[in-house]
Design a protein around this ligand. Sequence first.
Ligand SMILES: Cc1cc2nc3c(=O)[nH]c(=O)nc-3n(C[C@H](O)[C@H](O)[C@H](O)COP(=O)(O)O)c2cc1C
Length: 565
Amino acid sequence: MRGRPRPARISGSRGEGRYRVLEIEAGEIASKAQPGSYVMLWLPGVDEIPLAISYARESFFEVLVGPPRGEVGMILHRIPVGSLVGVRGPFGNPIPPQGSRVLLIGSSHGISYLRFFAEKYVDRIYGAVLLNEDLDPPYISRFREIGVGVSVAKSGDDIIKLFRSMMGDIDMAVICVKEDLGRRLAEMLIAKNIKGYLCVERPIKCSLGICGACDLGIWRTCLEGIFLEASKILGTEYGLWTRDRSGSRVPIEGSVESPGLPQRAVERDPRFSINIAGIELPNPLMNAAGCGVSGSILYRFALEGAGAVVTKSIGVEPRKGFRGPVAIEDPEGIYMNSLGLPNPGADRYVLEIRDAKKAGVPVIASIFGKNEEEYVEAAKKLYIAGTDALELNISCPHTEFQMVEEVPELVRNIVRSVKAAVKIPVFVKVSINSDYMEVSRRAIEGGADGITAINTVRGYAYDPVFRRPVMGSPNGYGGISGPSLKPIVRRVIRDLRSEFDAPIIASGGIDSARDVIELLHLGARGFQICTAIAYKGFSVFKEILEDLRRYIEANRVKSLWELIR
Ligand SMILES: Cc1cc2nc3c(=O)[nH]c(=O)nc-3n(C[C@H](O)[C@H](O)[C@H](O)COP(=O)(O)O)c2cc1C
């Protein structure tokens, strides 16, 4: 029930002040839901959004919909009982029931998580402090019915006062409030050494850990949250800035500068170091473009072992990307995305490059555009920001920009203009959605320093119940990624190597040392990983490096590169 939305019936709807509680029949999700869980709810043709589960019993679960603002909120307030919606989940880590005197602190729809926790662990609850700004907090009467004492606070400062007066009596806090207040509470918890979990509401888009839209500092909140320990979030931008759907930072009023990430230095490893088109990499593994947006998530890829990091594809203007679903896994192991190139735009992305540079490995900026001028503008801005190389994404298969790869002459002209504008290596990323040999030929003619192959493969997902495409992109297309690309990538690398001398970076389905060794023999010199980070976790980089180390030793050679001499 996690990979793609399944039809489920709305079996109940009731008002909770200006909020609305929807009851949804979905036994599989209900049986697995825990306090801390959320679902992705799909209104076909509109969007897919995350909603906290506020209660679950054998055959159904409940969600709380905020006051009727925005398109999805308005529809959900009016949706008739008996209607079908799409749901998938449950997602999110359970909130650990560790204390015996747990204080719940919440505001607005975040109170749904607290209600589920209180229903399940009522004997552990010390009490609840709920914020009433201009609306009565939801579920007050339910808390009282099950025997949880509720204090209603009128402002954030009130909450701080109440919290201070209760701190001596509690041994854990579960908090779901706005980030500026949450940060103050987290600091207080840490100062008094009290365990606390805070709900982190970043823009969750894919819920599979594949797109990186929701990352906070180095945490992907869809998989590692939604509740994170107070000690984990204080080192991040939580409470300092949030992000909108494009990934742009949105400063929180009154917040201070972030302490920032420490500068790392990565040493050369003679077994793995390689120079690709003039850039020195401590090892040939990289993340592929698109599985992380912020500078801090790129930093984490490097911490986990990546020898270079590649940014999300960045354009001249900010883009919010497409409506959901933006990523599905169906069937298991087959991934498809239609993020729609969300990005903060080149000007704002400079801040992320600054963070990524602290990782101590080369930073490759992926850029896209619809013509030479846009590529050149983005390229110049990110070059000045300090990137070490550029990767031109000319091959996104589900957006209006796919036409670039369909016109090989345009590719040549774009590469030529970008090369003239910057003094760093330029790679061109091709796909099998066009004639990749012709496109690569033109790219090299234009001066490309290397080819990255391949981008995702254009695909389509259809829902027979709703009688419409699943993906939220305007044309219904998505890009297929993950293990199913392995044989295709081998073919493409082999074809490219047979004709071109330029360095080739492989991308597509890579998740093991075996893939790296095969692609190395076929001609690749760099290896990018994207989807495997979702299903194997960040440790995929270290696992592959460890297995390569063993392979090198077993073959009695000094370096990976000796294997192909
Ligand atoms: C969620 C997601 C977002 C992606 N975004 C981009 C992007 O912005 N630019 C790009 O060139 N490729 C993008 N890709 C393609 C990947 O960089 C990679 O080439 C492709 O997924 C194949 O590798 P994999 O099988 O390891 O995922 C994206 C892929 C995924 C799954």
